[in-house]
Write a protein that binds this ligand. Structure first.
Ligand code: C2E
Ligand code: MG
Ligand code: MG
Ligand code: MG
Length: 289
């Protein structure tokens, strides 16, 4: 990729960029093929209610095992999919697939919710609200079971469009979450205006070997903010019992993290939800003092 240097947009090519640009283009082709050939999969990670250790929902997380590249992290391919306009189709696949899956699980776990990550490029698509509702209708999943996760940067960069598409979805009963909260730029005033139901505290504040007094103060502030605004609060990245205990102590409502349950293949999820096998979410109760 050529770098745009300053307002004059002088293109500066370095030899290494040539290889980078080529790889970038081939990644685009690989992503198109992945969509066409069905190379994407979903894993799910439970969201746990911290008061009693019960699963409240699952977050869908996309996975790509490329036949040529091996495992590619969504952190690496989602931005490229966004850049090349593939994210709308990929995102729709994620919505449809996860909605069907959760509709099935709800036969045994009727209260189970679904969290889906949504890119800003999907949000600004003129048919975004229609696309979401169509996926839910096809799956027979009620809109009230679904929470869309958006990052602060998306909400801030597209305030008006965002507000209108989000407003429509909210009217239709879909819930909205701000993912990676605390790392972006949303102001308090903005938070009050947005039709938001949930804040997910970024794991940068939580997944630390030793939670400092400062970390705790920041998390406490976010938890209190959520309470004042009447929002659900989810702590991401809970990796050990000490972090879990600290979050419980602060009255944080929900949590997610390797300590509670790692993202898992769909076949393994019912056992995790029932807490009967393997890494059990209900096992968090064991860490209560
Ligand atoms: P995210 O939505 O904030 O998802 C949480 C990430 O943290 C996931 O990484 C999850 O596997 C990981 N995680 C969960 N618990 C822990 C923990 O205790 N410690 C640590 N260190 N990590 C934990 P993953 O699956 O690699 O996804 C990374 C990001 O990629 C996601 O961040 C999300 O922004 C994006 N993403 C994933 N799936 C999708 C998708 O279907 N659509 C879009 N647009 N973005 C997606
Ligand atoms: Mg997320
Ligand atoms: Mg997050
Ligand atoms: Mg993230």
């Amino acid at each position: 990729r050529a770098k745009r240097e300053g307002p004059g947009r002088v293109l500066v090519y370095e030899p290494y960029m040539h290889a980078e640009a080529l790889d970038h283009l081939s990644l685009r082709g690989d992503l198109q093929r992945a969509l066409r050939d069905g190379e994407f999969r979903l894993q799910y990670q439970p969201l746990i209610r911290l008061a009693d250790g019960k699963p409240a929902g699952v977050e869908a997380l996309i996975r790509w095992h490329s036949p040529t590249r091996g495992f590619v992290s969504p952190v690496d391919f989602i931005p490229v999919a966004e850049e090349f306009g593939l994210i709308v189709e990929i995102g729709q696949w994620v919505l449809e697939k996860s909605a069907k899956q959760v509709a099935k699980w709800r036969r045994d776990f009727p209260e189970l919710g679904l969290n889906v990550n949504v890119s800003g490029h999907q949000l600004v698509h003129p048919r975004f609200a229609d696309n979401v509702m169509r996926a839910l209708a096809m799956a027979g999943l009620p809109s009230s079971a679904v929470t869309l996760e958006l990052t602060e940067s998306v909400l801030v960069s597209e305030p008006d469009l965002g507000k209108s598409a989000l407003g429509v979805l909210r009217e239709l009963g879909v819930q909205l979450s701000i993912d990676d909260f605390g790392t972006g730029y949303s102001s308090l005033a903005y938070l009050r205006e947005l039709p938001v139901d949930e804040l997910k505290i970024d794991r940068a504040f939580i997944a630390r070997a030793e939670l400092t007094a400062e970390d705790l103060a920041l998390v406490r502030t976010i938890v209190e903010l959520a309470q004042i605004l009447g929002l659900r609060v989810v702590a991401e990245g809970i990796e050990n019992a000490a972090q879990l205990a600290a979050l419980r102590g602060l009255g944080c409502g929900y949590g997610q993290g390797f300590h509670l349950c790692r993202p898992a293949d769909p076949a393994d999820i019912p056992a995790r939800l029932a807490g009967t096998q393997g890494e059990s979410p209900v096992g968090v109760l064991d860490h209560r003092s």
